[in-house]
Design a binder for this molecule. Sequence first.
Ligand code: AKG
Ligand code: FE2
Ligand code: ZN
Length: 723
Amino acid sequence: MRKRKRVRSAGCRNVLWSEWWIWVSKDATKPGEGQRVSYTSEPHCQITSMETGKNTEDHLKAHKMKKKILRKQVRAQHTLMRHEGIECISHATQSLVIANAGLGNGMSRHQLHRIVDNYGVVETLLMPPNKPYSFVQYESTEEAKKAFDALNGKEVTLEDFDQNIVLYCNFVEKVFWKNSVPTSLPPDLKVIENIISSEEERKMLESIDWRGDENTQTAQKTLKHRRVKHFGYEFRYDNNDVDKDNPLPGGLPEICIPFLEKCLKQGYIKHKPDQLTVNQYEPGQGIPPHIDTHSAFEDEIISLSLGSEIVMDFKHPDGHTVAVMLPRRSLLVMTGESRYLWTHGITPRKYDVIQASELGQKVGTITADVRDLTLKRRETRTSFTFRKVRRSSCNCIYPSVCDSQKGQQRQAEPSFPHNEMEASELEQQYVHKVYEEIATHFSSTRHSPWPRVVEFLRSLPEGSIVADVGCGNGKYLGINRDLYMVGCDRSKNLVDICGEKDCQAFVCDALSVPIRSGSCDACISIAVIHHFSTAERRLAAIRELARLLKPGGTALIYVWAMEQEYKNQKSKYLKEKHGSKDKEEESSTGTSQRLLDDQKHDRSSQGSARSDRLLDDSEDKGCAAKPVADSRLPVHTNRTSFHSQDMLVPWHLKGGSKKKGAVVDEASLAGCKESQELSPVFHRYYHVFREGELEAACRSLDCVRILKNYYDQGNWCVVLEKL
Ligand SMILES: O=C(O)CCC(=O)C(=O)O
Ligand SMILES: [Fe+2]
Ligand SMILES: [Zn+2]
């Protein structure tokens, strides 16, 4: 409903979409000079000159500043609504939400307390984990008002980061937080506190000699995000397997023997480990989410935390994550489901979110109580991970993630769809779900707009209403500020990323876009329609784009081409097969394609898939794709030509997540390019178009005519006009 209204009245050019939104929402006042929400403060600074009217320059400056604060305040309201469904209200209450004062911004509980305590008695201070806002409830409305007036638009310096941020305040009905985060540990996971004494800890740490770079006896390696040493057997990160036939000389260090005996005696483990990996993490370092290869190690995996505590993230395949505090001198015991099915990893960052009251001592899940969270600076942590090398194949009950059981797994491989329902299920599993999972990583690789798409958007008349259907991270939404662009995507996580960039986008399916027929001057659909798995559905997606257009309106469509060699020219995608460097970002020339860039990742980590991949693609090495002898979809080998029009294309997920606005992650993830280790692989369904196929589909629609039809960097492209 709202969307329609927005589209309809977008003709008045000076109205920001976001401001307009607030006008139609129930707490808004009428559009007018400046004031968009009923309760605003005079920004505590720069405003005095405006009021006394000293001189016009100051007046103008103050006016601009006020407008800016208002804009940001409104943006913060939208973020809160989008993230939490919490609505800000126009009258003063006891409760404030303060944007940019969140744990995700790098604000500690301690610092925020000192700020908000200045204006009255704080009853509750909620700091949700990793979010860019906090909630504060005062004893009285008067106090909250005082805080609002003082803090809205106020610049503060983040302690520890030496960085300035500006706070923006809004009133909310009451302070609350629905704790959707699971509070129990993953099944079959234990954390045993104080397993060794400080003296034993010191001795164990001292026993590891990190001098020298690469050491054959202990297979010492400096990885991109930590140092490691192996004892007993080497664990190889190139194939994620243990070198079973070449035990390292010396076995496990003497000092570990009494410790292991204690673990056996106390029943934490049943079998004596014969392999040890010592990992050392400096603040800012981590290990990507992974499952230790099933075929390499037996069930029990134990890890001793030395030197400092750390938060480890566990993730179930259904997506839910549990952050687990591993205190110093504690033992993590992973068996059964937590060892075989859940990934574990350490996000590379300098601070962890932890419970405030028992600094560093609380075992177990972190997000149990948001009234009590804060940040804690990491220190050097050394872990001793003991495992037992497996001598026979794994027979676990989790075949979907078991490399020993890939025979059975193949049964689960998707087939070419035979009907509408199968098609929709295939897309759900191998397009929607995957983009949801990889959204953050995917978005971090999507910066450079493709030049000919930009050209199309720049050629549109000022004031045009444009829909970007399948907008991804919204990289085209801000290209031409003279347009009213709105994006939509099937992935909520990608739409959230658009929102963070202050772009207008919503979640919907490209087959059913909730925009009024004939309301758009133009549409774009870039690298989207090749994700539909039947010809009917691809045509339906084009028809839907056409429906949105008003007569004379134009649509630009890009799909991936079967022909990666055209007019005797290899596409960039093929040419970069033997490229020199793995790249995380899109080519700065801006000529590389969304799809081509996907392959850079794939190439960079081929062969690094662990047992947690969804499908096994190891058999594909050297050949482009499996022939479609049966109707099972082949898995494409990146950087090779296509041998089938329908296939699965791998995406190698890199560890960590980069959230905009989260200083903590921002700082620590800079330069994060863990390429050879532990990246889970996801597969996306694609139908690559043959020459003429897109054009023919468009021609079958009576309501459009083709204005242009061309090949651009491995894609077939058309520009349509609505008749
Ligand atoms: O540092 C840790 O505790 C875990 C290390 C780990 O998961 C591994 O080396 O596979
Ligand atoms: Fe591990
Ligand atoms: Zn297994």
